[in-house]
Design a protein around this ligand. Structure first.
Ligand code: GSH
Length: 212
């Protein structure tokens, strides 16, 4: 059995979504950012920084969402990967890992809008990180030629699409017509809806939009 360590509204949604796309049987262990579970010594043995996702699969416990998606796609759903030698291999790796370019700004924005006490939040960081996130989304706008990041849907759309979906809470997408249409296609997928239904109760993002 595949076991996903997951927290609602987090990067582990990428894995949850993939598991539904690939139709893989799995169980979910829910964690909360509010509790001490992620700092539990037992959890730190499988996640050195105390982060989600962690995936138990094939007798391994894997951390890092990009690595987990690569592993799962390669071993369970080759159509969602681009194997070494495939002409799209390089682009696949680039767009898969681009999700973390978006996520670094999302993490800062989450701290400075939500996690930190109001007195410790910086309007400068809020504005700067929203701008940098917008620029990273413009990179996707410029690259999108068809329906997906590559010629067909792949794990790269799941990885980077999860972060772009969250980015909408911090950055208006006006003028990013291709990104908006891509997000529409992604969020129309049945597996996206199945994963959302399994995500668990929202704890972090309670507003639709956070103004800088
Ligand atoms: N690069 C890692 C980042 C993992 C990460 O930072 N996860 C966040 C949730 S989005 C987390 O677990 N944060 C808990 C904490 O910082 O205490 C990945 O992609 O898996």
């Amino acid at each position: 059995m595949i076991t996903l360590h997951h927290a609602p509204q987090s990067r582990s949604f990428r894995i949850l979504w993939f598991l539904h796309e690939a139709g893989l049987d799995h169980e979910v262990r829910y964690h909360s950012f509010g509790g001490k579970g992620l700092r539990d010594p037992e959890f730190l043995k499988i996640s050195p920084a105390g982060r989600v996702p962690v995936l138990a699969v094939d007798g391994l416990t894997l951390f890092e969402s990009g690595a987990i998606l690569e592993y799962l796609a390669e071993t369970r759903a080759p159509a969602l990967a681009r194997a070494p030698g495939h002409p799209e291999r390089g682009k696949f790796l680039e767009w898969l890992h681009y999700g973390e370019t978006l996520a670094q700004h999302l993490a800062q924005l989450t701290f400075h809008h939500i996690v930190l006490k109001p007195a410790d939040r910086s309007p400068v960081v809020q504005k700067l990180e929203a701008l940098r996130l917008r620029r990273a989304l413009e990179g996707i706008e410029a690259a999108l030629e068809g329906d997906w990041l590559l010629a067909d849907f792949s794990a790269a759309d799941i990885m980077t699409g999860t972060s772009a979906d969250l980015a909408r809470r911090f950055v208006p997408l006006d003028g990013l017509d291709r990104v908006q249409a891509w997000l529409g296609r992604l969020t129309d997928r049945p597996a996206y809806h199945q994963a959302r239904a399994a995500d668990g109760p929202a704890e972090l993002y309670l507003k639709d939009f956070y103004h800088a």
